[in-house]
Write a protein that binds this ligand. Structure first.
Ligand SMILES: CSCCC(=O)C(=O)COP(=O)(O)O
Ligand SMILES: [Zn+2]
Length: 196
């Protein structure tokens, strides 16, 4: 758990340094075990630029805490991480609150369409002739409802989704892949917004 906690804290500090986890926003997870599903997730409500190795909780497929050692309160969005681990096979999930993700979801509530950009390769998509749609879901305070809609609306070819008036989720086979997807989506959203 300490290794997972160190990795999540290091990763969170990186996103926070970019201004993507302001005001305690955002959360991260990695899958520890598939059967039964167990994830290490950042704890709730802390400044994500200052996480320590112990600021991590273990959760199950429902996002409920499965205390190992001293109990910590998992992210309020842990259930969404678990749903993405199950539905998308994600090994690592990143959630950040970037202004570009919120602005883009506002402008394109039906999804952000992208094509003909080299950066799409970072999402495992084609730079030419591959029309990519980053889906948008409405926000909710009910994690079961929000998780249901994320699972229903996600595109299996696109490792990211926007939550309106909230932020973005991206995932991958490890924290490095999830970071690449997060940074690529952020770049693409900034480009789309700048393009008008
Ligand atoms: C101002 S942050 C509001 C909660 C949120 O959306 C978030 O990403 C952080 O929640 P956590 O419980 O993981 O700290
Ligand atoms: Zn959030």
């Amino acid at each position: 758990m300490r290794v997972a906690g160190e990795a999540l804290a290091r990763e969170a500090a990186r996103y926070a340094s970019l201004g993507w986890m302001r005001a305690t926003s955002g959360n991260l997870s990695i899958v520890l075990c598939r059967a039964p599903l167990r994830l290490a997730v950042t704890v709730s409500g802390l400044d994500k630029s200052e996480l320590r190795a112990g600021d991590v909780a273990v959760v199950d497929a429902a996002g409920a805490a499965r205390p190992v050692g001293p109990a910590r309160r998992p992210s309020a969005e842990a259930a969404l991480h678990a749903r993405l681990a199950e539905a998308a096979g994600a090994q690592a999930v990143v959630h950040v609150h970037t202004i570009a993700s919120v602005r883009a979801a506002e402008r394109w509530p039906g999804g952000v369409e992208l094509e003909g950009l080299e950066m799409l390769k970072a999402l495992g998509r084609g730079a030419d002739g591959d029309r990519v749609r980053i889906p948008v879901v409405d926000n909710s305070q009910d994690m079961t409802d929000l998780g249901d809609r994320i699972v229903a609306l996600r595109d299996p070819r696109t490792p990211a989704i926007l939550i309106a008036r909230h932020g973005l989720y991206a995932w991958g086979d490890d924290l490095g892949a999830a970071r690449r997807h997060t940074e690529a989506v952020q770049w693409l959203l900034e480009w789309a917004l700048a393009d008008g």
